[in-house]
Design a protein around this ligand. Sequence first.
Ligand code: SF4
Length: 165
Amino acid sequence: MSAAAALPARRPSFRRRLWSVRHARFLETLYAGFERCLIAAAPLMRAIGYDRLERPVAWTERKIKGALFDCQMCGDCVLSSTGMSCPMNCPKGLRNGPCGGVRMDGNCEIRPSMPCVWVKAYEGSRMMRHGERIATRLPPVDHRLKGRSSWLAVVRRASEAETGA
Ligand code: SF4
């Protein structure tokens, strides 16, 4: 059976994830512009209060990244290092994959109908301007950040680096 024929049997979210990987370069460029806007808005966000913004920004992030990447809101986004394939969708939860169980067809050992998150991550990274980041060792998930906005965390970090506040 061809890969195209197998596609309808997959969950629709797989298709969204595959679209994001196929458009990794476009999404990388889009995010770079978005991040610049976020950081430019840091003084305003600081004035409003990060704590006050947490819920609405996290809600928005969940909606947008959930639709594009099946985002699980880990709170520390690494998509820029993983070819726009969210590693939190790996059934083994690997942040520095792949495991040794990838099937011959490139699918997951645990969920045979699902393309391996890390195979896709590598494919996506080959299209990105900074695809070499996939070789960078990622820190483990910090479960205290679960559900929090990683966008806001980026703004906070940039703001702290600039002003120390
Ligand atoms: S790495 Fe974390 S924040 Fe980024 S898409 Fe995956 S779950 Fe969401």
